[in-house]
Design a protein around this ligand. Structure first.
Ligand code: HEM
Length: 432
């Protein structure tokens, strides 16, 4: 199938980084941060070849498949403690993503897997199909759609409302809470106190709202069988010694929103752009999208996301001094207490693990394992989460005349941070 449009151009990153870092470490880090955003594929390609584990004064960047796997699988050494100071104050208590190897993580992860089973996928797909088709029907006469604001966000907030049971006062407020908290948790690299304060304020409002919702549901008697995930949690009775109470329920419902919304919207935006950049791939994707069995279409989706994953690195903190890739030429000492960036986006281009990584191939073994994390913190929402992404994109590509618009109007716009705000696409045969 068609080769990828490339942005593998510049090269010489390591030399430029080291020259700058020698003069001023901050300048070197600034360069790296810029390349990680805009030139990640060529930066990672060079690092995999020349410095697969790059130690900087601020973090260690890990780029080869086996080493990224070693970091993500080894939860005792590479911990998630970095998330705790941001997420826990926002939701008012521990959440599974901030707790390594604790019984809270073990229990609640197991319980939430039960609450989000693969059997829900047909129901979630049907909900997404209805919502997406409504949005697309409204947009077709205009010959264009803002895929972020008019399709992906409404689809995701509808899933939150109707499947999770979390509608918020209105979809816009729900999305604002999620955005404020996730910006602080994942994108506040410079520790901006205003971003943290905005997250705390959003978290307070969200948790107050959830407690009110929980009380209201209890007063009415919990929802009937077959209801939303919130209702399932309210019907769950666990022994007292397992410390499962109303606070644990509201925090886990909040986790549904926080784990899902921005990841879902961001992933759909990135992968649709990759599909539309490749006319031959788009043609076979459209053919597969008409098939009742979605397996072949899903392979297009995950392969497209591989070419621009929304989450390029997963961050861990190295709890104790550790030799990574021990016994290989890549062997590197990672100091205790320092951040480690496990570059999943790079691992998925490592030719020792992914044959012909620069070609768009739909005959690969499944990739969601990497798009949805790996190891002890792998995503609990993978089944419904993957279904939402695939079905929303499927409904979109089935619309005739779907195409990228020329920049600047067709660019993915991010107003403030890493999360997409607008992505205008042409539809139908009009000028768009
Ligand atoms: C139903 C929707 C979703 C829910 C409820 C959800 C929830 C979660 C939760 C609670 C975790 C932490 C698990 C743990 O610590 O053990 C997690 C991890 C993760 N999720 Fe999801 N998620 C959803 C959808 C998605 C989507 C759409 C993506 C991106 C394509 C995604 C990517 C990830 C990744 C990469 C991790 C690993 C994070 C890490 O290791 O630091 N999730 N998810």
């Amino acid at each position: 199938m068609g080769d990828a449009p490339q942005h593998l151009t510049a090269g010489g990153y390591l030399d430029r980084y080291e020259t700058a870092a020698e003069r001023d470490p901050l300048q070197g880090l600034g360069l790296l941060a810029g390349w990680l955003r805009a030139e990640w594929r060529s930066l990672f390609a060079e690092l995999r070849a020349r410095r697969p584990i790059l130690r900087t004064p601020a973090f260690t960047l890990v780029t080869r498949f086996p080493d990224v796997a070693e970091v993500l699988q080894n939860g005792d050494v590479f911990t998630v403690s970095g998330y705790a100071s941001r997420l826990e104050p926002a939701v008012g208590g521990p959440v599974m993503l901030t707790r390594d190897g604790t019984s809270l993580n073990w229990r609640e992860k197991g319980l939430m897997q039960v609450m989000l089973p693969p059997e829900d996928v047909p129901r979630v797909r049907a909900l997404v199909a209805r919502t997406a088709d409504r949005a697309l029907d409204a947009a077709v006469p205009r010959g264009r759609i803002d895929a972020v604001g008019e399709l992906f966000r409404p689809v995701c907030t509808t899933v939150c409302a109707e499947y999770f049971g979390l509608s918020g006062p209105d979809p816009g407020t729900l999305a604002r809470w999620s955005r404020a908290i996730m910006t602080d948790a994942t994108a506040n690299l410079v520790d901006d106190p205003a971003i943290h304060a905005a997250s705390l304020a959003a978290g307070r409002q969200m948790m107050d709202h959830l407690r009110g919702e929980l009380d209201g549901r209890r007063a009415e008697g919990t929802a009937a069988p077959g209801g939303d995930v919130f209702a399932r949690l309210l019907r769950t009775v666990l022994p007292d010694e397992l410390a499962w109470d109303d606070d644990r329920i509201t925090i886990n419902v909040a986790g549904l929103l926080l784990g899902f919304l921005e990841n879902g919207v961001g992933s759909m935006t990135h992968l649709v752009r990759q599909l539309l950049l490749r006319p031959e791939v788009l043609r076979t994707a459209v053919l597969a999208a008409s098939d009742r069995d979605t397996a072949e279409f899903d392979r297009h989706v995950w392969e497209a996301l591989r070419f621009d994953p929304f989450l390029k690195v997963i961050i861990r903190v190295c709890a104790r001094e550790y030799v990574l890739a021990a016994g290989t030429p890549r062997e590197t000492l990672v100091p205790a207490g320092t951040p480690v960036l496990a570059a999943v986006a790079s691992a998925m281009f490592d030719e020792t693990a992914v044959p012909e990584p620069d070609r768009f191939r739909t005959d690969r073994p499944p990739h969601p394992g990497w798009h949805f994390g790996h190891g002890p913190h792998a995503c609990v929402g993978v089944h419904p989460g993957a279904a939402v992404i695939s079905e929303a994109v499927r409904r979109l590509v089935l619309r005739p005349g779907l195409r990228l618009l020329d920049p600047p109007e067709g660019a993915v716009v991010r107003d403030r941070d890493v999360f997409p705000d607008r992505f205008w696409l042409g539809l139908g045969d009009g000028e768009g």
